[in-house]
Design a protein around this ligand. Sequence first.
Ligand code: ARG
Length: 298
Amino acid sequence: MSRVYRTVHDLKGFSLKSCASMPEPTGVLMCPPDHYDVVDVKNPFMAGQAGSVNRGLARRQWEDVKAAFERAGKPVDLIEPLPGLEDMVFCANQTFVGVTPRMERVCLLGQMRHSSRRREVPAFAAYFQSRGYRVASLKDPAVLFEGAGDAVWHPSKRLIWGGHGFRTEPEAYEEVSRLFDAPVVLLKLVNERFYHLDTCFCPLTSEAVLIYPSAFDAASLELILKIFPVVLTAGETEAVRRMACNAAVVDSRAAIVQRGSPSVARHMAVMGLEVIEVDTTEFIKAGGSVYCLKMFTY
Ligand code: ARG
């Protein structure tokens, strides 16, 4: 059955408490930055950045992000980077993975907006296939879907937040809901700086979320406020320049976040998270920070 909620009126009978529980991810998948570069402009962060990546620094920053996940207790597995796929390092977008209520591990393949990124997807399909996941595709190959960049699991609950507006089309979520047997709450993005849901929406715990409010339309903000008892906001500098909402939260216990976001770090600490700061400035040039550099696996 598919359950997709678009406005608070659709929420009749819904409560977070009644959502079944969902296991925490057991590991992380990352792609080494061997071929990482900025060669075109897919999002506003990339404007004026072509050719500006410092490869050595990017490699050191990526190693630190990897070490941070390991320190937070998640083993990191690697997928082989492919030449000519300069955005493949952003492992959050090619697929959306999770487990069904019957504990079957499923990988839904992305249908990327940009043709250069479409070429990344087969490598991830092969990776998850070889690890025993059921690999699925949307029925309609014309519907855009950018994986965990726009589809975000609610911490420890069978509930998916579904971003759309720039990279993913809302039509994708009926099938996402059916495939994972979980309700989906749709969130419409209206500010092109925040082109993926993971750039402006970061659940910290099952009760608390960090958002950049003006990235959303009014109906979406209402949904967030209705479902999360605690909604914390990031200011413009931290959200835009530091991509602070693109932090990765591990088991509602630790948050790995771009350095130089003191207000966001304070919000995280107040919610009881250990804050692990890293530098991802070379990757912010392409519009991604910690969250997009990995895929949580099960
Ligand atoms: N340059 C990449 C793109 O525009 C960055 C992706 C960042 N990933 C993310 N989940 N926000 O597609």
